[in-house]
Design a protein around this ligand. Structure first.
Ligand code: RB5
Length: 148
């Protein structure tokens, strides 16, 4: 597994979009760790959010893509892990900003909210945009150390 490998997972609400994106990313040369779901059965989105989060926590991969019907539940699940900064994104500006400002390591989409063409653009942006660091580093550090 290389650091260029991208983990991806979804629930039944986004199987068509995940299938599209796996093909798209493989055609672009990325290694993909597909953690399911791979059939139409109804499943629980936390199980699949946790699979990608765990792969990042263990260092198997550095980046992930998650999808459920809305993108909301699976992004909440991934963000339960201190190591994860998962952004639910609906447009290319969000995909850019969450890399530049939040150093997001996971991007989430709603399979019932976004189409494949826009998803491709968002993922391309997410995978190629660098974290700006500077003042944003201090803020990102605080995400790992919550205090009141
Ligand atoms: C499943 O029907 C749906 O609840 C799930 O995909 C997601 O939208 C939850 O946030």
């Amino acid at each position: 597994m290389t650091t260029d490998t991208i983990a991806i997972a979804c629930d039944h609400g986004a199987l068509a979009l995940k299938t599209h994106m796996v093909t798209y990313l493989k055609d672009k040369g990325y290694e993909i760790l597909d953690l399911g779901v791979n059939g139409p059965e109804s499943v629980d989105y936390p199980d699949f959010g946790y699979k990608v989060a765990q792969a990042i926590k263990e260092g198997t991969v550095t980046r992930g893509i998650l999808m459920c019907g809305s993108g909301i539940g699976i992004s909440i699940a991934a963000n339960r892990f201190t190591e994860i900064r998962c952004a639910l994104v609906h447009d290319v500006t969000g995909a850019r900003l969450t890399r530049e400002h939040n150093d997001a390591n996971v991007i989430a989409f709603g399979g019932r909210m976004i189409g494949p063409d826009l998803c491709e653009e968002c993922v391309d942006t997410f995978l190629t945009t660098k974290f700006e660091g500077g003042r944003h580093q201090r803020r990102v550090d605080k995400l790992s150390n919550p205090s009141v």
